[in-house]
Structure formats: C-alpha cells, structure tokens
Design a protein. Structure first.
Length: 493
C-alpha cells in the first residue's frame, strides 16, 4: 500500500495533522494509497515554507532565463519518467493508457516547455518618453500563489499551474483533488530533481473545505488559480475578494457542437463521439450537447450510433480502449441520476442509458455505458446542466439563428465547435457564440500557446498562452523624471 503526504520544503510529510483518506482505483475499486490530509496548521506551515523560499536568495536572484532553464530540465525529467507517471495516473484515475501516453504526457511536457521558453519574454512597455519623464510598465511575480486542481486531468492540470507560475517567478502551492493526489506529489518531487529550490513547489493535500480553503483565506497567498466546479469557484471568489486577491477561475461548461447540413458529416460525427465521450465525458471543454440541423438529424444520429458501437469502454491497459471509468463514486452517481431521469423529461435513449457491468478484474469499477439522448429540447435539465459524464444530448435546430440561440441558452461559456463548409457562416458563428474557445471544423485541439479565456459562468481570467503567463504577474507603472519639464504635481499631457 502506497502512502502519500504533503510536500513541504522538499520533504514529504507522513502526516499532515489531519485525517487519512483512502485513495481508490476507479477501474477496479481497490484501495491504492493512504493519503495524509492537511490540517489548517499544516497549511500554515506550508505557506510559511513557500514564503521563505520565495524570498530566498536562490529564487529572488535567479534570472528569468535561468528559471526557463530549470523548467526545460523539468520537462525532460517528466518525459524520462513518463512510465512512472503513467503508472500512477492509471491507478489513480483508471484512464486508458493510450490516452495517457499519446495525449496527456505529451501535453504536460509541451506546456512546461512552452513556459520555459516564455520565462524571459515577459516584457513591459515604454509608454512615452516626452515631457521630461520616462513612462514604462513592468511585470512582477505575486509571491506565493496557490493552484487548486480538479480530479479529471491531475497531471496536465498540475503542469498547467506550476509552469507559468514558476516562469513568472512565483512560489506555488498546489492542492490536488483529495481523490487524485499521486501524480501531483510525484510531479513536485520531479521539480526538486530538476533543481528547483525546495519550497518553491509545495503540495497541500486533503479536502477542499480544509486544505483548499485554508489557502484561499491565508493572507500570505497572493493569488489563487482554481480549476473546478462553478459553485466552488464562486465561493472561492467571494472569499478571495475579502482580501482583494487576484483570482483565476476555470470552471464548468455545457458546450455545444453545432453541425450544419453542408458539413463533412463523417468528420463531424467522429468529432462529436470523441468530444462527448473521451475521459468518460469528464472534460470541461468537451461537447455534451449536439445541435444538428433538422434536415440531417435522423441521418446524423444514426451515424453517431453506429460509430459509438465501435468504441471500446473498459480495460485501461488495452491499447484500443477509448473510454475509462468515472473517476469518482460521487460523479458516477450524479451522471447515472441524470441518465435515469432523462426519459421522464421527454428524452429518448438512442444508445447506452445504463451502468456497464464488466466481468473479471474490473467488475467493481465505476463504468457507465456512453449514452446518447435524442428528442432533447433547450431548457431541459440534460440540455442546460453540466453532467460531467458520458452523456450526449441531441437537439435539432431549423436555421442558423436558432442554432445560435440554443447554443447561447446556457449559463456557461467555455467552448463550442461549428461544422460547416460556408466560410462566411463560420465567421458569423465565431462572432455570435458566447464562448471563450470556438473550433471550426475541428474539436478539442489544444496547444500551450493558445489561451483559454472562459466566458459567462465558466470562469474569469485566462489560462495557457502568453496571456496565461501574464496572469501570474502583477503589473506596475513607473514614471521617471529626467529633466525639469517633468511636472511635480498634477498635470495632463
Ligand atoms: P470541485 O470544484 O469539486 O473541486 C475542485 C478542487 O477544489 C478540489 O481540489 C477541491 O478539493 C477544491 N475545493 C473544494 N471546495 C473548496 C473550497 N471551499 N475552497 C478551496 N478549495 C476547494 O471540482 P471537481 O469535482 O474536482 O472537478 C470537476 C469540475 O471541474 C467540473 O465542473 C469541471 O467542469 C471543472 N473543470 C473545469 C476546467 C476548466 O478548465 N474550465 C477543467 C477541468 C475541470
């Protein structure tokens, strides 16, 4: 049985002063680790360690290029230790091994390399040199920042928080979900191996209400970057506002893939199936609504059903498995409730619609049959609420205006995907859809350099891209007089 504990100043603690949590493999129900959770006092100790490390000579005197060098080393080490990280993530999340190998490890490494290269490209601006004064802006790190993570992509999410925070010169405390701590703790150890000073990447473990909230309210934590549900994001923002803390929130989504009759239907159907069901639908940007033009609705639904029948759910180690288990028991129950209640709302189950019972070693896993619902109308629960499970709701539309209206008729605004061969229509859709990311004739492509700016109740701020690096910096304006023309008091120029 593994034991996993908080990371403080380069050391893993055997106890965090709180309770111990049983970490379970969702693919077979077996307990895989005992997690030492943090008390508030332990979080205080972690913050003190981060503060000391941030103000240490080693970190303050390091040039941005050197920070980039350490991040490059970290990326190489993550790549070298990929098998170990995959093994941990496999046990902790039950994700298909192919997804981890071909997609999540390469993405985590690419994100770290991108921010390694960006570390020495944080540039202020010279605004004006006239009137006897030199005006310019600079960017500075916040100091100690916290990254609070969900359970759906533990390794990718920790890379997404740590790399830009360090590139900008901060010290970071990461708080993974209590359900999925293993790769986060391993990642913090790899940061030490890369030569990043102890205390610059610390890890707080445990529940949101203690290990997470203690970070949010701590006066020495100057910025919170949170990825998780909208309800928790709202409560964090309220708490952080009391201290005027900077907050970045990447929250829920109810994203739509919109298919017009003129689209390449084969490709659109492939995209809809992958997007709706990858990671068992537990992906913030995946499409859980399919809006399809009425004239092709029956034909397209039949194509989807046929494609879905070929998709393999189950053994995470099988190379052809596309869909793994639900990662947590509570999320499994929530998704099943939506599925079983859908017919009462008037929907028809086209595919799936129930638990999946596997035999053998995976018989105790959290499996759900990927589910497609038809006859869904805008406003129904399955069309408006984030399920975060393998459920795709199909809604018909008559024309472009109605597609826009249905797509925007949710509180969320994370991503969207439009399939059409009409370039002008694609441009109109980009303008009309109220989401932060829009894919045209593609879906889910993500790159470290492309920012993710959530709209509406999907969050605030931005992650990834150079914009996501600047989000870890405070801006400063300086006005430096160089001769007597510079006014000493109020002056408008
Ligand atoms: P969650 O909101 O329940 O928990 C996220 C993290 O917040 C966990 O580490 C949890 O312990 C912590 N937390 C809970 N309460 C807290 C509090 N009061 N103070 C501080 N921390 C607290 O989310 P989840 O169930 O882990 O993940 C699923 C959700 O995450 C979905 O809504 C999904 O859409 C969202 N998500 C969004 C993105 C994005 O980029 N927009 C990415 C992944 C997941």
């Amino acid at each position: 049985m593994k034991k996993v504990g908080p990371i403080v100043n380069g050391k893993e603690l055997s106890s965090g002063g709180g309770t111990f949590f049983d970490v379970v493999n969702p693919a077979n129900g077996e307990m895989i680790a005992e997690e030492a959770c943090c008390s508030t006092e332990c979080v205080d100790q972690i913050v003190a360690s981060s503060k000391q490390a941030y103000f240490s000579a080693d970190w303050q005197n390091m040039s941005p290029a050197d920070r980039g060098y350490y991040l490059l080393k970290l990326a190489d080490i993550v790549e070298k230790e990929a098998d170990e990280l995959i093994a941990l993530e496999l046990e902790d999340t039950g994700k298909p091994i192919t997804q981890l190998k071909d997609s999540e490890i390469p993405l985590a490494v690419a994100i770290i390399r991108f921010y390694a290269g960006a570390a020495d490209k944080i540039e202020g601006r010279v605004k004006s040199t006239s009137g006897g004064a030199f005006h310019f802006t600079t960017f500075e790190p916040y100091g100690v920042v916290a990254g609070i993570l969900p359970w759906n992509y533990p390794l990718v999410n920790v890379a997404m928080k740590v790399a830009p925070a360090l590139a900008a010169g901060n010290a970071i405390i990461v708080k993974p979900s209590v359900e999925t701590p293993l790769s986060c703790v391993a990642f913090a150890k790899l940061c030490l191996e890369a030569g990043i000073p102890p205390g610059i990447v610390n890890v707080s473990l445990g529940s949101g209400s203690t290990a997470g909230q203690s970070l949010v309210v701590h006066s020495d934590v100057k910025k919170i970057s949170f990825t998780g549900s909208t309800s928790v994001g709202q409560s964090i923002q309220k708490k952080a506002t009391e201290q005027m803390k900077s907050v970045n929130l990447e929250l829920g989504g109810k994203n739509a893939i919109i298919v017009f009759a003129d689209a390449d239907l084969e490709k659109a159907a492939d995209a809809a199936v992958i997007s709706a069901f990858v990671n068992a639908g537990q992906l913030c940007v995946s499409c859980s609504r399919l809006l399809v033009e009425k004239s092709i609705s029956s034909e397209f639904s039949a194509m989807l059903k046929e494609k879905l029948e070929k998709v393999k759910v189950g053994d995470p180690l099988a190379a052809d498995t596309l869909i793994g288990p639900m990662i947590t028991r509570s999320q499994y129950n929530i998704a099943l409730d939506y599925i079983t209640e859908a017919p009462a709302e008037g929907c028809t189950v086209l595919a799936g619609g129930e638990k999946l019972r596997l035999s053998g070693p995976h018989s105790n896993g959290l499996w759900i049959r990927p589910t497609i619902l038809t006859n869904v109308k805008s406003g129904m629960k399955v069309a408006t609420e984030e399920i975060f499970g393998p459920v795709l709701s199909i809604i018909d539309f008559q024309n472009e205006a109605e597609a826009v209206q249905i797509s925007n008729d949710v509180i969320y605004g994370l991503s969207g995907s439009v399939w059409t061969k009409d370039g002008a229509r694609a441009m109109r859709m980009i303008k009309a859809l109220q989401t932060g990311i829009i894919w045209i004739n593609c879906m889910l492509n993500g790159y470290p350099q492309i920012p993710v700016p959530p709209h509406k109740m999907s969050g605030t701020g931005v992650e990834l891209g150079i914009e996501g690096l600047i989000a870890y910096c405070k801006q400063k304006s300086a006005i430096m007089a160089y001769d007597d023309r510079a006014p000493v008091g109020w002056d408008i120029q």
